[in-house]
Design a protein around this ligand. Structure first.
Ligand code: THU
Length: 144
């Protein structure tokens, strides 16, 4: 089991928060992901005047890692300068499940430096993952 440097992830996620583009919600979010290579990648939320086009910090951090060639991850940490601890939204949980094992830790940290950690399986039980497509029997559509 790789030792996870949570303070380094926290620092990176906090730094990412400073770049958040959140003129509508005023809710900045920063995320750091630890790839299996040992490298840390960051993302912030990027909002849009067409609100539904907003992309969360989690998905931007994962995208930054994927474009760098990463496909496997050891941990994810969300930082929000709030008192409440922010867990990843439902869409982000699905994207996390694309690349992370169910046992991978997903943490949230607030401005009081408190941290809560879940496994991905706790956040998204019975996840639909790439293995369901691999195992599909390609039965196709039965026409009436
Ligand atoms: N947001 C994230 O970036 N990650 C989360 O885990 C929760 C929500 C963003 C989306 C939007 O820009 C703002 O926070 C308010 O929903």
């Amino acid at each position: 089991m790789t030792k996870i440097n949570w303070p380094a992830l926290k620092q990176a996620a906090k730094q990412a928060t400073l770049q958040a583009y959140a003129p509508y919600s005023h809710f900045p979010v920063g995320v750091a992901v630890l790839a299996s290579s040992g490298k840390i990648y960051i993302g912030c939320n990027v909002e849009s005047a067409s609100y539904g086009a907003t992309v969360c910090a989690e998905r931007n951090a994962i995208a930054a890692a994927v474009v760098a060639g990463e496909r496997e991850f050891k941990a994810l940490l969300v930082y929000t300068p709030q008192t409440d601890l922010t867990p990843p939204c439902g869409i982000c949980r699905q994207v996390i499940a694309e690349f992370f094992l169910p046992s991978t830790p997903v943490a949230s940290c607030n401005h009081l430096e408190q941290q809560q950690t879940w496994t991905l399986a706790e956040l998204l039980p019975a996840a639909f993952t790439p293995k369901h497509l691999d195992n599909s029997e390609k039965i196709g559509v039965i026409k009436a």
